[in-house]
Design a protein. Sequence first.
Length: 446
Amino acid sequence: MKSAATAVSTIVALALFGALYVGAKTVISVDDVQSIRVDLDLSHVARRVDERFLSVAIDASLIAEERFMNLLNSPTLRTLAKALVPAFLRFGGTKQDFMTFNPRGRYFQARDNSSSAVLGNLCHLRLELPPLLENRLKQEWVLQSKTLLQEELEGKYKKTKFSGKFNFTSFKLLPNGEFIASYLCIELVLVFLLYSYYVNGRDTSLHDFLDPEVLDTLATKINEVLEIVESVSPGKKVWLGETSSAYGGGAVGLSDTFVAGFMWLDKLGLAAKLGLDVVIRQVLIGSGTYHLVDDNLDPLPDYWLSLLYKRLVGPEVLKAEVNMNSRPKKPIRVYLHCTNRKSTHYRPGAVTLFALNLNKNEVTIILPDHMANSTIEAFVLQSAEAGEQSLYSRSVKLNGQVLRMVDDRTLPPLKGRELPPGEHIKLPGFSFAFYVLIEAQALVCK
């Protein structure tokens, strides 16, 4: 195994299981805040992420379950999945560790309705692609196939299994409970892969999902990984290749409810801000309780949050800072991007601010003076239920309207609410929102 010093000139496959566990709290003491001032820097792009930044996974265990494999043909699921493009779709979960890719393998020819037959039929499905993209993929596949064949013939990597862009061999347990893959000199590996969950799904609480200290553990983990990658293979991309709120299949009664959105949206904002290129959510459907779509094909709160993120947030990351007077905990968290120009009608130069309020009380967000009179379109997400159980709701409201599919093939319109010029932003308690600053005129977003 090469040392980090000698591996600088090679491409390295790295996998870290960052189970960011913090013991369950019984009390959360986040100071209530009435108003905050947010500083926005529109002068330059701090980071730029992949346009498929928000991507999804399907647990590899579904391959063995015929019922779930059949769901892939559902018009409803196809409608929901299509709305999240562009995105990567990855097979994840524990069983993914035992999957291998064989470009010269044959399709299943089963004669029954077993899961093997279902999978074999899926392999025969043809995905309609634009001609230019299809030709490019054909050319790239020829090159990759030749490279794989050459490596096999040369006998260099007999024990290596390829899985898309990633590849893992033996893992070693580090003192802090993480796993790190053996270094491999494989030129086909283009990115580093990080696995990360905040808490143990079997030993967590509602308070963990709202605790700024728990959310901040992700930044520590990301920075550690980025430092390692920079020392081993400078310039390589890092993906959050499998992530959700809680490991162990999620937290029952929490990971599929409204409160999970605080972890999910903050993770998206923080990952982009710190420089990760792609975040792959575990899972789109099935397996555990952290899915975006439930077994009845009903979209859960995190799905609607993801859909709004896709439509409103562009790949260009800008800088936004909350002036909290050095408070140790920050119950109001904000992030700023150029508005997605490919999926919205907003004029060039618009920016999207998204914010989370971990407090129970409403907070006023004060923007810089030069932005005070900008027209703002608000997309505020709140629990569909009221009272003490609201955070446990499996439904969500957008600007007061409960979101649900119109029919099997039709999503509801996601309409923003225009705020009067000069009016301060009001973010309700226990909510998160997207604010499109239509007249920001950010040159870097044109």
